[in-house]
Structures are given as C-alpha cells and as structure tokens.
Design a protein. Sequence first.
Lengths: 158, 109
Amino acid sequence: MRDTISLSITLALFWLANSGHYNGLLLFLGALSVLFVVYIAYRMDVIDHESQPLLHLTAKLPAYCAWLIKEIILSNIKVVKHVWLGKQSIKPALKTIKSNQVTDMGKVIFANSITLTPGTVAIDLKGDDVLVHALMEEDIAALDSGEMDRRICHLEKP
Amino acid sequence: MDLFMNIASGICLLVGSFLILTGGIGLLRFPDFYTRMHAAGITDTLATSLVLTGLILQNPDALVILKLVMILLLTLLISPTASHALAKAAIRSGLEPMVKEQKDNQESK
C-alpha cells in the first residue's frame, strides 16, 4: 500500500512538472492517466520496494553523486587525451572483479557507475562477479575493491 | 548578470561540442568494438551534461529547466544501460576484445 501511494505521488509530480497547463480538463486527464499507469503496474505486479528504489537512499545519494561527477570529469579528460594521442597509447584489458554489494540495487548502481565513467564498461554481472572491459589496464585495478565499491557499500547500509 | 550567464553558457556549449567532436573522432580512431564504445562514453556523459547545462543557463523558465534536468538524468541512466546491452550482446556472440597489444607489451618488457 505504501509503495502504491508513493508511486502515485511520484507519477503525479512527474505529470505536473511536464505539463505546464493547469486547467480542469487537463488535470482530470492527468489524474486519469496516473490512475491508469498505477493500475497497469498493479496488474504487472511490479509495485514493490524496488519501484521506488531511491526512497531509502535518497539522503545519502547527493554525496555519492557529487563524487561520481568528479570521477566522470576526471576519466573524461583521460579518455579525451587518449583519443587525441591515438591508438598506440591505449592498453585495452578485460578482467573479472568482485563486487561487495549485498542488494540487487547496490549491484546495479555499481555496474551502472562503472559504465558511466568513460574508459570502463561493465559487460557481465553474475552473482558477485563483474566482467569489466577498460581502455587502460590500470583502470580495472583501481576498480577492484576500490573506492567506488566501498562508497556504494556505504550507500547501501540503512 | 545577463552577460555573465551568456558567457558561462557559451563556454559550456563550446566545451560540450568539442567533447562530442572528440567522441566522434575516437569512434573512428580506436581499433575495435569495445574500445570504440569507450569513446562513445565521452559523448554520453560529460558532453551531454555540458550542452544541457549550457541550455539551462540560457533559459530563465523554471519548467523548462526542470525538463532539461529530467532529460539529463534520464540520459545518465539510459546510456550506460545501452552500452552494457551492446557490450553483452557482442561478447555473447563471440566477439573477442582486442587485448593483443597488451600481451605484446608484456612480452617486450
């Protein structure tokens, strides 16, 4: 029930932010579409704590985002440098690393963060093993039980 | 203040465009599928963010800013998922990543 209500509120806010028209008819149609989407979600049986995954980690998220943005900018500069230096300068590597997250959401954030930073891409995720391809060999070593892993583990803790 | 906003937005747009160009050049220059994907990553992340930030600075309308922020967040969620799907499909269909250069380097050491 709590999840249904929070999904409805999120959808309503999303509709209001995107519409910009607030007369009676359009508000009615908006409410109708929110109810319809919630009904579909209910029929698909996808309303659970994961439909609102950020709710319990919202408080810790900004700090992680700030750190991730810094990492993205730094690795962008690195990849840009290698693009202009040409293919002699790169050392591609493929390796399996361990992820220490417990929840599915934590693993998703970890894999997505790896892919989001240019220079490293998470290719496969099986259990605790993440298969990572990197432009530079040393980037993988930095990921393996590195700072990103630690920070996401911290994010997970209630 | 208006002048400052215009200059800041101009710088963001310019750097963003340069990064998109770099991403495109990297796409052509890098040797194999997986390394090319990394070049596309520049366009996906920092370039898009900078172009959208530049547009946000241009526009005083709060609703438009909210929409641009939404586009930014969705891009940051969608593009890694797409990259991951591409990479996984490639490795499942047996495309081997090029790691020969690295072995050569180790042998020569």
